[in-house]
Write a protein that binds this ligand. Structure first.
Ligand code: COA
Length: 161
């Protein structure tokens, strides 16, 4: 899917492109700190096969958020999803996740997996509301901090608009 989509609050969702990457890496550093992605990581993701990345832009083309999907046969993975701190809680994360779910289905996946920090309550709340179930725990996966990772899965994939 490559068309534009409008979120309820006005920003548009478009494919993430190379010219968004400096802003994406800066936002990633603010949101994920020691586990954030560099611009090079984003470049590698955009260049990799079987990936689809989306960007949320405001009216001045400023990057407000992004999300990425990878797929392989029947399984797809949420690579990342992020919304700038000032705009969180406005439904943008949900819109991005719905887009990933739709894209995963379009690529033939029947399940969508993700990893989330056990202490990330907003994200876990969003995923649970979308129908994801926790299927495994990886103890101490996130370092430093020794925070568990929850593996969550949505299956089957169908729209939760
Ligand atoms: C997780 C994230 C992408 C959600 O994006 P968002 O735009 O804030 O999410 P939405 O506005 O669509 O909210 C979805 C739900 O989460 C809830 N939520 C959002 N922020 C919250 C917060 N700080 N605390 C509790 N719940 C929160 C909303 O209330 C909403 O639930 P509701 O429908 O029951 O009201 C965003 O918080 C984020 O970028 N966090 C930092 C990066 C991150 O942790 N990414 C996920 C890695 S796995």
């Amino acid at each position: 899917m490559s068309g534009e989509a409008t979120t309820p609050d006005g920003p548009i969702i478009v494919p993430l492109r190379w010219w968004h990457l400096p802003e994406a890496a800066a936002l990633d550093a603010r949101l994920f700190r020691e586990t954030s992605w560099t611009q090079e990581t984003f470049w590698a993701e955009l260049a990799a096969p079987q990936r689809e990345y989306s960007a949320v832009l405001d009216g001045n083309d400023r990057l407000l958020g992004y999300a990425g999907l990878a797929w392989s046969a029947a399984e797809a993975d949420v690579q990342t999803v992020a919304v700038s701190t000032e705009l969180q809680g406005n439904g943008i994360g949900r819109q991005l996740m719905l887009r990933l779910i739709e894209q995963a289905g379009n690529h033939g996946a029947t399940s969508l997996l993700l990893e989330v920090r056990a202490d990330n309550e907003p994200a876990k709340h969003l995923y649970t509301k979308l129908g994801f179930d926790r299927i495994a725990v990886r103890r101490g996966y996130y370092q430093p901090g020794n925070i568990d990772a929850h593996i969550m899965r949505l299956r089957p994939l169908h729209s939760r608009n």
